[in-house]
Design a protein around this ligand. Structure first.
Ligand code: ARG
Length: 568
């Protein structure tokens, strides 16, 4: 039930001379800062001109005329009409609706077969997965789940960074100093070592650079040996990354990365030329974006090589042709703001009206204990190290507090990952994140483990109730009129709107924060009220509140990519 709209309708019944729709009036309603002033307030001055009456007179007139079962009382206070919703009816309507929708509560069934393509994580080959990639991976994963929840078809793309001259250097280094077994065993770490050594030695031996270039040329020309080494580098990287994705519970529908577009850029360059967009500039080919206040978009280097942007043009078109998306989102850090502005502008200049459906979901940078991340200076946190530490901490706590828990390893994984992911998804995505080990590994206060623990607590109450035999009495919703229960109901009522806003703004943090708020409100209720009351009507109502809270917390957690264990 939409209480705003229902109140608006009551106002219009009492004021037939006003020619506004209920939706108009509903949008004028305010939520007073303090519930002592009502649940909703109507500022009557908004109608005083049309009615040619003072706000005070209008408020007085309305106060005498409005009557509805769900309105406990109205008060006219200095030109405001304050509405107090009947607490029992409020709880009844909100909980009944949420309970009936079960796992679907909060979703929107009006979306018909729309498709979104999400580009997230998009890691680079031969580089280790560090905390800098956590935001894109988890924001993308959350949006992927959220869109699906709202009935969209979602395509998750890991646009691998698997092209560039550095891979020629890596092959040169591997051929000189590497061996297959060491790389197989050491994985990405070994490849990084080779790369670092290449750069060190190249300082004294410039011929190495030529060798690197020659190997890259071989990759480009499709040389068998070069390609087989390169593809193997890719396999090793993905095998490493896959372990991290598994811990995180993140999946993709496609791993088509930069190299996938090698044969798809020729047609794009031709098309740019045919559309008169390509210009020569010191031997390079560019699209002039000066009229739009941007530096030129570099399409071909003077040696004919394509660029990151060229690949993204081909990728954008490929995604439209393949998935016919209604929306295409790129979850990438804000350092690439300009890149995506240029990309979308060029697509628009090419005449693709769907350029407007492409959107850069940018996010802030990660620093490490107050300083920028730097692999060279050792200021770097590898994701698998972090996750394993968090999981170990969870395991230790479980061992101490619930030694008889079944499935300890899996639950420790869920809790540990929950702590880390919750930490990165807690703030507005555009805010920079300063990473501190103790904060990411914190399990108390507004953290993932705390929310998960609340969920498990609700599950435990429900199990206990069931063991005692569920009440046959109908819920007595008057038992939910206290402030603690009402706070929980109010949050549950807001859930659909929170999700809608999170989707529209691509902002998973709204869900993260909501889950913490609901957990907190539920815990307060749990401590202040007796859920398993002797009065069976009250017990039934409080159990219903517990059940719905549990479901909503679980759905909220799942939409930020987290599990909700039933026991902890
Ligand atoms: N691999 C790139 C990086 O790590 C991100 C790629 C983002 N996606 C894209 N279509 N450009 O910076």
């Amino acid at each position: 039930m939409d209480f705003r709209l229902a109140i608006a309708e009551q106002i219009l019944v009492a004021l037939p001379e006003v020619s506004l729709t209920a939706a108009d009036v509903a949008s004028m309603l305010e939520v007073p800062p303090d519930t002592k002033m009502g649940d909703y307030a109507f500022p009557c001055f908004k109608l005083s001109k049309a009615l040619r009456k003072s706000p005070v007179m209008i408020a007085d007139q309305l106060a005498g005329a409005i009557q509805a079962d769900f309105i406990a009382r109205v008060e006219s206070v200095r030109g405001y009409l304050n509405f107090f919703i009947d607490r029992a009816i409020y709880a009844e309507r909100v909980l009944t609706a949420a309970d009936a929708q079960g796992d679907r509560y909060g979703s929107d069934n009006s979306v018909e077969s729309k498709c979104v393509v999400l580009d997230y994580s998009s890691i680079n080959i031969a580089k280790r997965f560090h905390i800098g990639h956590l935001s894109t991976t988890m924001i993308g994963n959350s949006l992927y789940k959220l869109y699906k929840f709202f009935g969209w078809k979602a395509v998750g793309v890991n646009h691998l960074g698997d092209w560039g001259t550095q891979f020629g250097k890596m092959i040169a280094a591997y051929k000189k100093w590497g061996d297959r077994e060491t790389v197989e065993r050491g994985g990405v770490d070994e490849m990084v070592k080779l790369y670092v050594r290449f750069h060190k030695e190249a300082e004294n031996d410039p011929s190495l650079e030529d060798e690197g270039r020659a190997w890259f040329k071989k990759i480009e020309d499709g040389d068998e040996e070069a390609l087989s080494i390169f593809n193997w580098f890719k396999e090793v990287t993905l095998k490493d990354a896959q372990k991290t994705y598994e811990l995180l519970g993140v999946t993709f529908d496609s791993y088509a990365g930069e190299s996938f577009y090698n044969d798809k850029m020729g047609p794009i360059v031709d098309e740019l030329r045919a559309k008169g967009l390509l210009k020569e500039d010191q031997g390079a080919m560019i699209v002039d974006l000066e009229p739009y206040g941007m530096p030129p978009a570099l399409i071909l280097r003077s040696d004919g090589a394509t660029l990151y942007l060229t690949r993204d043009l081909a990728a954008a078109k490929y995604r439209k042709d393949t998935y016919n998306f209604d929306k295409s989102l790129y979850v990438v850090a804000y350092q690439q703001d300009l890149h995506f502005k240029q990309l979308f502008k060029v697509l628009e200049l090419m005449g693709y009206e769907w350029a407007k459906d492409c959107e850069h979901v940018s996010f802030g940078m990660v620093s490490y204990e107050g300083q920028t991340l730097s692999t060279r200076e050792g200021r770097v946190v590898y994701l698998d190290d972090l996750l394993h530490q968090a999981i170990q901490k969870a395991r230790d706590i479980i061992k101490e507090k619930s030694p008889s828990l079944e499935n300890k390893d899996e639950i420790a994984r869920q809790i540990g990952v929950g702590a880390v992911v919750f930490f990165v998804l807690y703030n507005n995505r555009i805010k920079d994140i300063d990473f501190w080990w103790d904060r990411a590994l914190n399990f108390e206060g507004e953290t993932g483990p705390y929310v998960m623990y609340t969920h498990a607590r609700a599950c435990s109450v429900l199990r206990k109730a069931e063991a005692q035999g569920l009440p046959e009495e109908a819920p007595d919703f008057a038992a939910l009129a206290d402030p603690e229960a009402q706070d929980v109901v109010r949050l549950i009522e807001q859930f659909p709107l929170i999700l809608k806003n999170a989707l529209e703004r691509s902002e998973p943090s709204m869900i993260t924060r909501f889950s913490a708020d609901l957990a907190q409100a539920f815990n307060k209720f749990y401590y202040e009220r007796r859920i398993l009351d002797d009065d069976m009507g009250a017990r039934a109502a409080r159990l219903m509140l517990t059940r719905v809270s549990k479901n909503v917390i679980r759905v909220a957690l799942s939409l930020i990519g987290l599990a909700a264990p039933e026991r902890m």
